[in-house]
Ligand binder design. Sequence first.
Ligand code: SF4
Length: 486
Amino acid sequence: MTELETYLETIEPELRVMTRLFGFPESVWEEPKRFVPQAEEDGSAYRITFRSEGRTAVCSAPVPDDPDERIRTLHRKRAARRLCKQTLYDLCKELTGIQPPWGSMTGVRPTHLMLEALAAGLSPEEAVRKLTEEFDVTPERAELLAEIAGEQRKLPPPGDRWMDVYIGIPFCTTRCAYCSFSSGEIGDGSLVAPYMSSLEREMRACAGILRESGRTIRALYIGGGTPTALPEDAFAALLENTVTLFPGAMEYTVEAGRPDTLTRGKLRAIREAGIRRISINPQTMNDRTLEAIGRAHTAQQVRDAYALAREEQIPHINMDVIAGLPGETEKDFAYTMEEAQKLHPESLTVHTLAIKRSSRMSLENHPLPDGGMTANMVEMGRETAREMGMKPYYLYRQKYMAGNLENTGYALPGHACLYNVDIMEETSHILAMGAGGISKRIWPEEGHITRAPNVSNLRDYLTRTDEMIRRKEELFLPDPAGQGGN
Ligand code: SF4
């Protein structure tokens, strides 16, 4: 097997994503497979060929080089995989005539590519041109990336001396139909006390790891799940422990996604802990849809929660909405946007519905909404954010998204969420606690990330907390037990 063939050995899942972009059924990957790459290399260039229905696509690219063997291998592997996907993209486009909004950008972070191009010395205009030419992205999307990159460059730059902190609370009042997270319904609350006790142990240990690693906390995010689903006393204790163990972050956020979980007492606890950013997420302001997606709250409860949070002087409220929810028309989405404007959030994240495998919608074989209609909703979200004076500052894409679109975060000037940018760009170390939290160590030179995931099952987390702590010691401390480093 040649070096190039080795790099492509496990590429099929990425090629499947590519054929899905063009609406090919999964059966094209059954034997005999319809799309098989032919890989050739001559020492200085890689060459990939795909053939189908009498059409041929051929692409070639220079073989990257670097004196460091590890970096050389990483760059070569990346180049080979990108080339293979691009060649298949060209063939699929020729066969179907379809132009996906993000072109051949799959399995890569679009903003990452823009930032990479700018870091290489290109002007924003040149970077837009490069992305449209190399990846066939529409000019509107490439310009959006340039605008986002401009906003991200205003934020404090990431670096090895910083660490973000994530604390996960895996409880929700009910489960949303599109949810693929591991969080469970809080039910009778019997798991809250044991969970909070294990979490506190992990938080204390992690505060020590942060100190010993010699790094400084950057942004802290309490997410889940819905942290505000906790009873008031447990919630207040969590916030107090958080700011005591992890003081001095540039930014603290608490996810308060479900408006029906907010009380005056919890909002006061947030304010008294000095936390300035929360997220109250309607997803839609249409009661019929809220019921259909299992949110178990009303649009009026969203309005009430915003009013209460304002009364308690929470200075930054983020709002999440989803384009393409079941049964919604463009008119329904326009109504959500009108109502959003009346609530004056400081930031707005417009998601596109994605039906992920472990969600109820996937299990019920719910189809994705029409791509064209969802694209119009996403555009409406973009216009609404601009009308509110917001700028786009982060963007990401997921598998199984309606219309192969994107999720975009917008914020008023000075309100971009540092944690959101860090997590999406994967430019900052993350120390994550709680069931399902994933700690990450970034190796920017190599373009490599080492992960230490916590178990996502709540009961497993309770019995294996010490192991979760050890995993993070191994990730971040040079020699935790005097037996060698990372
Ligand atoms: S609020 Fe979020 S974590 Fe909770 S069920 Fe809904 S999508 Fe899942």
